[in-house]
Design a protein around this ligand. Structure first.
Ligand code: PLP
Length: 409
């Protein structure tokens, strides 16, 4: 295997204190990165620094601490804007994460849809990109249609094109599937939707840690990200929305910060982005998200992606050498996620044995039950790698899976 990446994993690992931990008497092998990533000390330091030196509420105070907190929070918004190449800072709305971002948009569309309108979702979505739209359909009488997928775990684009019509008002799809790792052809999906006048929301939660997304180049209407999947803290994320769409959507929640003027007769709303940021936000989280973006960019998303692809190729080869092991999601275009089962062994049993060996994988439906139904399985074992993982750790997992197989069969 060629070693083209310039990533020094031994150096990188020193940034992550948790990787020194023992679990059940064994060194931790953390392969649950698709659920949440680990946090480097640069991000932990940003959190400690906030609470140790300038914790204050933002946007309202004349005092120094409040101004410092406001500056740092708005700087984080600018970092995120630059990272995703949004045209304007106020197109970045801070949210609590992808789930919140999608609900914000789905709620806003309540007033823009009517009975007979159609929405299109892909067959490989996370529940958070399915359920809010089903709730929207219940409220409005709109209909939800599904882009089918193939056995390899790829969307069938010809079928997608057949679903599009002038009734289509919105299309939503993940950039990368958290259960299969498939990278979806979102540029084509967006273009085709725009040709019939539909808006597009792309769930970028699983893509942002591995792929550089440029929202202007993609011409996407909405893009969602969770900080905790890209080395940031939990409970914070963003919604990118094109300015024209954010003006069209009504506010999601009412409260402080989102108003221009309040009287009992009539309240007017604040400008973007504050219209969508009611109440005191996760100030520290937003600032730490900015630190996480800085951290990843200092390594380079391309360098990260190249190294993770090496891990993916290596782990795929090693796992497939185990007889009876099947991988779900075999697209050529995928990120470092491997979902697998061994014959009729229940994924939970494999996961439990791996945990005894200090190896953290996820088992179950991965919040994507329709995918499991498609393959007619209860769930999978999912190993997902990040740039701080190593081939030695993969070897440990493969040995563990072999042991589990011997014990359970
Ligand atoms: C993790 C994930 C979500 C949900 O993100 P939250 O941070 O839990 O809101 C949605 N979609 C995909 C593809 C994900 O991987």
């Amino acid at each position: 295997m060629s070693n083209t990446s310039s990533l020094d994993v031994a150096v990188i690992r020193k940034d992550f204190p948790i990787l020194d931990r023992m679990v059940n008497g064994k060194p931790l092998v953390y392969f649950d990165n698709a659920a949440t990533s680990q946090t480097p000390k640069q991000v932990i330091d940003a959190i400690v620094d906030y609470y140790s030196s300038y914790n204050a509420n933002i946007h309202r105070g004349v005092h120094t601490l409040s101004q410092e907190a406001t500056d740092k929070y708005e700087q984080a918004r600018l970092k995120i804007q630059r990272h995703f190449n949004a045209a304007k800072p106020h197109e970045i709305i801070f949210t609590s994460g992808t789930t919140h971002s999608i609900n914000l948009v789905a709620n806003g569309f309540s007033s823009l849809l009517q009975k007979g309108d159609e929405l299109i979702v892909s067959a490989m979505e996370h529940h958070s990109n399915i359920v809010p739209w089903q709730m929207l359909c219940e409220r409005t009488g709109a209909m939800l249609k599904v882009i089918p997928m193939s056995e390899k775990g790829e969307l069938i684009m010809d079928e997608y094109r057949k679903l599009l019509s002038d009734k289509t008002k919105m299309v939503f799809c993940n950039h990368v599937s958290n259960a299969l790792g498939t990278v979806n052809p979102i540029k084509e999906i967006i273009e085709a939707a725009h040709n019939v006048g539909a808006a597009v929301l792309i769930d970028g939660a699983q893509a942002a840690p591995h792929i550089q997304a440029d929202v202007q180049e993609l011409d996407v209407d909405f893009y969602t990200v969770s900080a905790h999947k890209m080395c940031g803290p939990t409970g914070v994320g963003i919604l990118y929305g094109k300015e024209e769409w954010l003006h069209k959507l009504p506010p999601y929640q009412g409260g402080g910060e989102m108003i221009a003027e309040v009287t009992f007769e009539k309240t007017t709303y604040a400008d973007l982005p504050h219209k969508f940021e009611a109440g005191t936000p996760n100030i520290c989280g937003g600032i730490a998200f900015g630190a996480a973006i800085d951290y990843m960019n200092a390594i380079g998303i391309d360098v990260i992606a190249a190294y993770e692809n090496e891990l993916l190729v290596y782990a795929t080869e090693q796992l497939l050498s185990i007889e009876g092991l099947r991988i779900y999601g075999t697209s050529e275009n995928k990120t470092s996620v491997i979902s697998f089962n061994i014959e009729s062994i229940h994924p939970y049993d494999i996961g439990s044995i791996l945990d005894k060996l200090g190896i953290a994988v996820r088992t179950g439906h991965h919040c994507a039950q329709p995918i499991m139904d498609f393959y007619k399985i209860p769930g999978t074992v999912r190993a997902s790698f990040n740039f701080y993982n190593t081939k030695e750790e993969i070897d440990a997992m493969v040995e563990g899976v072999k042991r589990a197989k011997a014990m359970l069969q």
